[in-house]
Design a protein around this ligand. Structure first.
Ligand SMILES: C[S@@+](CC[C@H](N)C(=O)[O-])C[C@H]1O[C@@H](n2cnc3c(N)ncnc32)[C@H](O)[C@@H]1O
Length: 356
């Protein structure tokens, strides 16, 4: 019995208890606007913050006590006041955009809501379908929306040589598993000579995406409810994208083959997938690995298994992505860095020109 090891483990476990608890309180701080109400403001009492945020003081006070004990906000006992330090502001407020980790921490509360289903799935081996996840599309749209605002037009598209020019001139682009379609809305606004087509099997996401496009008066953008495993193109696409939408497919190999076959010869495929290697030993070096494997168990693997699928998992990793792309027939497979989207790897591939 190594007592030092036992003591260190106790410290880790206490850290997890506090981390899991504070994750929920950060999610609440984001959803109620409390962090935003504190941003740039002088030190405030709980009464002043409750008034500013339009919330109940008793709840605000208890939340502030949790935040102060976790050193997320500063506390002055003499004045009973609380301050969000400038150094913390971008990581917990909407002003931080894709850096806002309080928004990301909503995922913990979201996943906790399906814990009973996941526990049952451990017995049966069955999956947990998308329909079990409350507000999944809301959460996803907020998370990826901030990332697209930061990186899509400035990094992801310019990363592909010739893509900006082709889209400026006029090209056909499809996005599979597009969710609420924010990426396509940004592209349709930036490239009016091109046409954009979003596909997702969530009818709720497609209705919401189409109304967002209509509100903006975008006539070069359509959204269609479609299972990616049955996706075909009437007319070949010049460009197809998937953002975080292959690893949780029930039939990823079929979907990749469909994407390949729907492209014109030489057409581009941008496949954005969670950053990971394909072995546990390598991923254990990543400080975010516990989160990745939790997300996988509680969502990505489970929704795939629910569709009778492979259950690739969130961390299927670079090597396996490349193998799947090669098997689907893609060539010129390369990875690109997108500094504003550090949690994903960006794979760029092309459909090889058919030789006569
Ligand atoms: C992790 S979300 C990513 C959504 C979006 N690309 C984004 O970045 O916000 C995966 C999306 O793929 C969709 N999806 C999953 N399996 C699908 C399938 N077989 N056919 C079409 N869409 C699917 C889900 O409805 C969901 O919107």
């Amino acid at each position: 019995m190594d007592k030092a090891r036992a003591k260190a483990f106790l410290g880790s476990m206490v850290g997890y208890i506090n981390g899991g608890s504070i994750a929920m309180m950060c999610s609440i701080g984001h959803r109620t606007g409390l962090f935003d109400s504190m941003a740039g403001a002088p030190a405030m009492t709980s009464e002043a913050l409750a008034e500013r945020a339009g919330l109940n003081e008793r709840y605000v006070r208890e939340w502030l006590w949790a935040m102060a004990s976790a050193a997320i906000v500063d506390y002055d006992a003499d004045t009973e006041s609380f301050l969000l330090p400038e150094e913390h502001r971008m990581l917990v407020t909407r002003a931080g955009g894709s850096l806002n980790l309080a928004a990301a921490l909503q995922s913990i509360s979201l996943l906790a809501q399906v814990e009973d289903d996941v526990v049952e799935a451990f017995q049966t081996g069955a999956g947990v379908p998308y329909s079990k996840y409350p507000n999944f599309q809301d959460f996803m749209a907020e998370q990826s929306g901030a990332k697209f605002d930061a990186a899509l037009l400035d990094e992801m598209i310019p990363n592909i040589p010739g893509a900006t020019e082709a889209l400026a001139k006029g090209a056909r682009l499809a996005d599979l598993g597009c969710g609420r379609g924010h990426a396509l809305i940004l592209l349709a606004e930036a490239f009016p000579n091109s046409s954009f087509h979003g596909f997702d099997f969530s009818s709720e996401a497609m209705l919401s995406a189409q109304s967002a496009a209509d509100e903006r008066g975008l006539t070069n953008l359509t959204f269609t409810e479609c299972d990616a495993a049955e996706f075909t193109a009437d007319e070949p696409f010049d460009f197809i994208t998937t953002f975080d939408a292959i690893h949780d497919q029930a039939q990823p190999a079929t979907v990749l083959r469909n994407i390949h076959d729907a492209l014109r010869d030489g057409g581009w495929y941008l496949c954005v997938e969670p950053k990971a290697e394909s072995t546990l030993a390598e991923n254990m070096l990543d400080p975010m690995a516990p989160f990745t494997y939790t997300m996988s168990t509680m969502h990505c693997m489970s929704v795939s298994l629910a569709g009778g699928g492979e259950g690739l998992g969130t961390a299927w990793g670079t090597q396996r992505v490349i193998e799947h792309l090669e098997t689907a027939g893609f060539s010129n497979i390369e990875t690109r860095a997108a500094p504003q989207d550090r949690t994903n790897t960006h794979f760029v591939a092309t459909r090889a020109a058919t030789t006569a």
